[in-house]
Design a protein. Sequence first.
Length: 279
Amino acid sequence: MSSLELLLGTGPSAGGRLSGGCACKVILVGAGPGDPGLLTRKGYDALQSAEVVFFDDLVAAEIIDLLSPRTHRVYVGKPHGTAGLSQADIAEQLIGAARAGRRVVRLKGGDPMVFGRSGEEIDALRAAGIEVDVIPGITAATGAAASTRISLTHRDHAAQVTFVTAARQDGGLADVRGLAGPGRTLVVYMGIARAGALSVALAADGVGADLPVAIVENATRPEERVIITTVGDLADAIARHAVRSPALFIVGKVVETYVPVEATAEAIVGAAGASTTRA
Ligand SMILES: C[S@@+](CC[C@H](N)C(=O)[O-])C[C@H]1O[C@@H](n2cnc3c(N)ncnc32)[C@H](O)[C@@H]1O
């Protein structure tokens, strides 16, 4: 068995070595939306004492840079255009490392409990008899609200806010009926590829084409961009500005409170709205 297999508990005899007396644990840590200053103190402490950290694409490089050189880093993401590891494969690796007696952290972008597939991993770890702790992180919606200064529940505009993923597990568009309109803010995660269908679904639900939308790309990161558009223009705005993941949409009247605070030479102001970068 290689030293890596020994560390991760993934070798031929993985799974059985410490069975019985294993005080095995995995800590799920939320890395936040990108700015390393937004990592919680508890999350930072868990990372400092981890021997193995499993992480994926949404975790900012600056957070990985905080790890000790002695900490073993295991990338379990999905490189662009590939399916990546299955949830079962990831769970198997976590279980192997925990059973090998390692201090294991599973690091996830944002908050692990918001669109983070933590439910599946917690189920698998519990089924394997492994204790799970969760340290929350700042989810992308609240990170984006802070960096854009768009209060999601500004009292002049919204008394409720909904976080929705545009992508259902079966690949279809999530049901957005009743989620946007007067008095409501809708924050859409994972919406880039489904923006056109989202606009159609909102229109079918009686949402006006002129309801404002803020597209927030790379929220809280130095390369953050904010594009102000409308429900009717959403897909075209994404194409015009070549919006890339990670990005989310804030949909609702609260977007009217947005003031571009750091407009730069790169700022683009067009008929359909404005785009600003932070850097
Ligand atoms: C699989 S979900 C993970 C959400 C994460 N657990 C959270 O709480 O933020 C990925 C989606 O989150 C959103 N997202 C994550 N980080 C973001 C960021 N820094 N800026 C904008 N959107 C982000 C995007 O919609 C992205 O497609």
